[in-house]
Ligand binder design. Structure first.
Ligand code: HEM
Length: 186
């Protein structure tokens, strides 16, 4: 495949839309610890809806990426910068799948899942993962707790990789005076 000169319009839209949804979900996930008990369910229900949406969009982004090569890095980039940027991109792809999937497993193993059916944005009925909901109660409790921890640990990884990705882009834009943001903006 010949590398494109720019990211496609679809790639740009997906990039910023997914970024916005992930930021919302970080705020909602962390914020859920600080809101009054009466509001926790609403916040977490919205968090789950956004997370499942991110998972769907991650598949679209992934398949789009396979059929549309990204533009090459600008010529001034050093080798270590290319490797660092590519590593961050791969890790971000992994995390935009891993965050929703671990959250979904955690939620499917919740002991109150049966009495709190999932609905995306309070409208579209959504399913829990059958191979988790059918586990015996003790195993389910273990899976619930384990994946709650994994979901939380991955969120720390996400802060780190996201921070590196944004700082790297800003370094190229401001210090190296490369048209970095323009590559992902039309
Ligand atoms: C873009 C995807 C997602 C991101 C970035 C994300 C991020 C987070 C963050 C930052 C937290 C707080 C972690 C902590 O307090 O240490 C959290 C908690 C939580 N997430 Fe997600 N999440 C995502 C998707 C999902 C999905 C799809 C579900 C379920 C279907 C889910 C279910 C939960 C639940 C139930 C909690 C609360 C855990 C607790 O404190 O009991 N998440 N998430």
């Amino acid at each position: 495949m010949t590398p494109a000169k720019n990211y496609t319009k679809i790639a740009v839209l997906l990039h910023w839309f997914i970024a916005l949804l992930i930021l919302c979900n970080i705020v909602l996930g962390l914020g859920s610890h600080y809101v009054p008990d009466a509001d926790v369910r609403t916040i977490i229900d919205l968090h789950k809806s956004i997370g499942i949406t991110v998972l769907g969009l991650a598949f679209v982004r992934f398949f789009w990426r396979f059929n549309h090569s990204p533009p090459p890095f600008p010529p001034g980039y050093r080798k270590w910068e290319r490797i660092a940027a590519q590593t961050a991109h791969v890790l971000l792809y992994v995390l935009i799948f891993a965050m929703p999937v671990t959250g979904w497993i955690h939620d499917s193993a919740w002991d109150q899942a049966a009495t709190h059916p999932m609905q995306l944005f309070w409208t579209i009925p959504w399913f829990r993962l059958g191979f988790i909901t059918s586990l015996d109660p003790a195993t389910k409790e273990m899976v619930h707790s384990l994946f709650g921890h994994v979901h939380s640990l991955l969120s720390y990884a996400l802060y780190g990789v996201l921070g590196a990705h944004v700082l790297g882009a800003l370094k190229h834009q401001i210090i190296d005076k490369q048209p970095e943001l323009q590559r992902m903006w039309r």
